[in-house]
Design a protein around this ligand. Structure first.
Ligand code: HEM
Length: 274
């Protein structure tokens, strides 16, 4: 929320629960927050307090994609970190639930200048990772979503036999740990996990892109890189805005911008308009 400013990493404070404590973010993994803080500590030791948590997040996302087999792309740097997290209301209105059909997703993304190609390519992030039963059980109970292949529903019920089961399954049934285009092959075969996934193949605006990415992995990789760059530049803080957090989970003590030892102003012109 609020742009690419690492606000999701902040713990709650006296003013209320943090962005990470808002319902849609409760499934974010504690181990991921720890990994970002560990990277921040190492950078502090090696370089001093000069690398922001938001730049770390953008680079870590890119590197996770690369080590899983996906495309490599250059990340513009020079973001600074927000000193404020988004409210629960902002998170709830800004993050579409996985039960959203495509028109709702497109409306939502249009507010941040992302289009149908961005939606289809970025949803391809679901080629890796895990999801809790509660994120898709509405497609299994009380009755099975007819858009879902029967054998896939049967498979999912083995992990999620009843409403409220606290277990996880893979996002991509074909190649769960590889960043490839099998996510789109799943959609063509009606084996997408969320409504927000499967509807990309049902909707006539997004269906041709799904078909294209299912047939052509390079086309997916190219668009994914473009869309990640676009998303990673939404409402970034640069120059003297925000701060470079010393601990990614808490804003720096003292005033917000204040006496920072170093500014990344010179890197700001590396942000390219789109
Ligand atoms: C279209 C809007 C999106 C919706 C509705 C959505 C929804 C979800 C949901 C519900 C989960 C499972 C959470 C859980 O139950 O643990 C999930 C996981 C995941 N999503 Fe998305 N997502 C969206 C966009 C994205 C984008 C843009 C990316 C990255 C480019 C992405 C990457 C992932 C990854 C990697 C996981 C696995 C996380 C893990 O293993 O813990 N998603 N998403």
């Amino acid at each position: 929320m609020q742009g690419c400013d690492a606000s999701v990493l902040l713990d709650g404070s006296a003013t209320g629960p943090g962005e990470k404590e808002a319902p849609p973010n409760l499934t974010l993994r504690p181990s991921a927050f720890k990994a970002v803080n560990d990277i921040r500590d190492r950078l502090e030791k090696a370089c001093g307090p000069v690398v922001s948590c938001s730049d770390i997040l953008a680079l870590a996302a890119r590197d996770s994609v690369v080590v899983s087999g996906g495309p490599e792309y250059k990340v513009p740097l020079g973001r600074r970190d927000s000193a404020h997290f988004a409210s629960r209301e902002d998170v709830l209105s800004g993050l579409p639930p996985p039960s959203s059909p495509v028109p709702a997703l497109l409306d939502n993304l249009a507010k941040i200048n992302l289009d149908a190609a961005d939606l289809v390519a970025l949803s391809g992030g679901h080629t890796i990772g895990l999801a809790h039963c509660t994120s898709f059980e509405g497609r299994l109970f009380p009755r099975q979503d007819p858009a879902m292949k029967v054998s896939f529903a049967r498979h999912l019920r083995r992990t999620c036999p009843a409403v409220g089961t606290d277990r996880r399954t893979v996002n991509d049934i074909r190649t769960p740990n590889i960043f490839d285009n099998m996510y789109y092959v799943n959609l063509v075969n009606r084996e997408g996990l969320f409504v927000s996934d499967q509807d990309l193949f049902a909707n006539e605006t997004t269906r041709p892109l799904v078909a294209k990415f299912a047939a052509d992995q390079s086309a997916f990789f190219d668009q994914f890189a473009v869309s990640m760059l676009k998303m990673g530049q939404i409402s970034v803080l640069t120059g003297s805005q925000g701060q470079i957090r010393q601990n990614c989970s808490a804003r720096n003590s003292g005033t917000v911008a204040g006496h920072l030892p170093w500014s990344v102003l010179e890197a700001a012109d590396r942000f390219v308009p789109y």
